[in-house]
Design a protein around this ligand. Structure first.
Ligand SMILES: [Zn+2]
Length: 59
């Protein structure tokens, strides 16, 4: 199940398999479904994670 986390007055959704956080529940669900099936991450999905968005904005 995707976890809902409150952070800085906004909700984030966490994939319980890999631990990435998403602003959209849809992406978290896609990520979790992929992670469970493939036991690895799909970089096209994790690119939407908050962790990777922050990283992009720094460049
Ligand atoms: Zn995942």
């Amino acid at each position: 199940m995707v976890k809902v986390i409150q952070k800085n007055d906004k909700e984030l959704y966490q994939c319980e398999e890999c631990g990435f956080h998403y602003a959209e529940k849809e992406w978290a669900e896609k990520c979790e479904a992929w992670c469970q099936e493939h036991k690895s991450c799909n970089i096209e999905i994790t690119a939407h994670a908050e962790e990777n968005k922050k990283y992009d904005s720094k460049i």
